[in-house]
Design a protein. Structure first.
Ligand code: SF4
Length: 91
């Protein structure tokens, strides 16, 4: 898939509650930067990390990786929820 095709892909934005294109995610963060949820929202649709690595400077890419919300696999999410529930019962 070309970069142009990728930028036209659409998904439902959890922040806006409506469908948006990947192109929008590239400019919807603070100061028109990439949205910090970009990995979490797109990893199931295409190789978003590969796209960003190819199209960003190494510094910008590493900075995004450091602050971006990473996708969690279902097992990790379930364990996290169970641990929170257990802690709440203990308190
Ligand atoms: S990356 Fe940001 S703007 Fe794009 S769909 Fe996710 S929350 Fe919405």
């Amino acid at each position: 898939m070309s970069d142009q095709d990728i930028e036209k892909l659409e998904t439902r934005c959890p922040r806006l509650g409506s469908p948006i294109s990947f192109q929008y995610c590239l400019i919807s963060g603070e100061d028109d930067a990439i949205c910090w949820k970009v990995l979490d929202c797109w990893w199931e649709i295409f190789d978003v990390e590969g796209y960003l690595k190819k199209n960003m400077s190494e510094t910008d890419f590493n900075e995004l990786m450091a602050r971006a919300e990473k996708p969690k696999n279902k097992i990790s999410s379930i364990i996290e929820i169970a641990e929170k529930a257990k802690k709440k019962l203990e308190d």
